[in-house]
Ligand binder design. Structure first.
Ligand code: IPE
Ligand code: IPE
Ligand code: MG
Length: 240
């Protein structure tokens, strides 16, 4: 077997598109926000499962650049749910030494949400046991646009020659350059698309799709995704 054909074991970084909250609520005749609240419980469960299974990095798609078109009440409901999550779960982040980070256009978020995020990010920045990354006002294309702008500014300032731009330079200008690329991407609710999530970083991730709606996705579902991942063969272009 070629040394490049890796048997993957436990993924170091799992990225999740937490989808299906609205449909879960509709099935119960409840408002969409009821589904989002139940979804926050799934996030808590999956974060604990990461600790128990030895997954170091968890990135969750919580709000996309496209989600701003949703009704104002849903957007503000999601923002206040986020603040509640930060308040309620900060203790658990400390107890488990989990560092909180954000990827996305954080400047687009309401000031109160931003302040709460900054506070918890600073309070947890020294932790290395686990990493929870919230993708907020995140878009894969926006992230690439922002990287290109930063690189162009450096070229214009004479700090960087265009021929020196390579994959490593681009990766260094993304939002979280020190975070390893996800190994496994999970999307719930049966939708088979990326919806603008981590376009650059997912280039070689394994994908796992499930019909389960996000509020129903708990530890056993996560364990199933990890077991499936462990059966995959990551070839990175090498022969099978
Ligand atoms: C995912 O659930 C959560 C967010 C996008 C914030 P949805 O709200 O997209 O739920 P569905 O897809 O409408 O069921
Ligand atoms: C992707 O889900 C974004 C999040 C889960 C936050 P959407 O529900 O917004 O994606 P589409 O509209 O089905 O592509
Ligand atoms: Mg959806």
């Amino acid at each position: 077997m070629s040394p490049k054909v890796l048997s993957p074991g436990v993924p170091r970084h799992v990225a999740i598109i937490m989808d299906g909250n609205g449909r879960w609520a509709r099935q119960r005749g409840k408002p969409r926000l009821y589904g989002h609240r139940a979804g926050a419980e799934s996030l808590r469960a999956v974060l604990r499962a990461c600790r128990d299974h030895g997954v170091e990095f968890l990135t969750v798609y919580a709000f996309s650049t496209e989600n701003w078109v949703r009704p104002r009440t849903e957007v503000s409901g999601l923002m206040s749910l986020l603040r509640t999550f930060l308040k309620k779960d900060e203790r658990e982040l400390h107890d488990n030494q989990v560092r909180l980070r954000v990827t996305g256009r954080i400047q687009d978020l309401p000031p109160a949400v931003r302040a709460e995020l900054q506070r918890v990010m600073e309070a947890t920045q020294a932790y290395t046991q686990g990493h929870l990354i919230l993708a907020l006002s995140y878009g894969g294309r926006s992230e690439i646009v922002d990287a290109v702008r930063a690189i162009a500014a450096r070229v214009q300032a004479g700090e960087l020659a265009p021929e020196k731009i390579d994959e490593a330079v681009i990766a260094r200008h993304l939002y979280l350059p020190d975070v390893p690329d996800p190994d496994l991407m999970i999307r719930t609710s049966g939708e088979l698309r990326l919806s603008n999530f981590l376009l650059w970083e997912l280039s070689y991730a394994e994908f796992y799709f499930t019909e389960t709606l996000w509020p129903d996705f708990r530890e056993p579902d996560f364990a199933r995704a990890l077991a499936e991942y462990a059966r995959r063969r990551r070839r990175y272009g090498a022969p099978s």
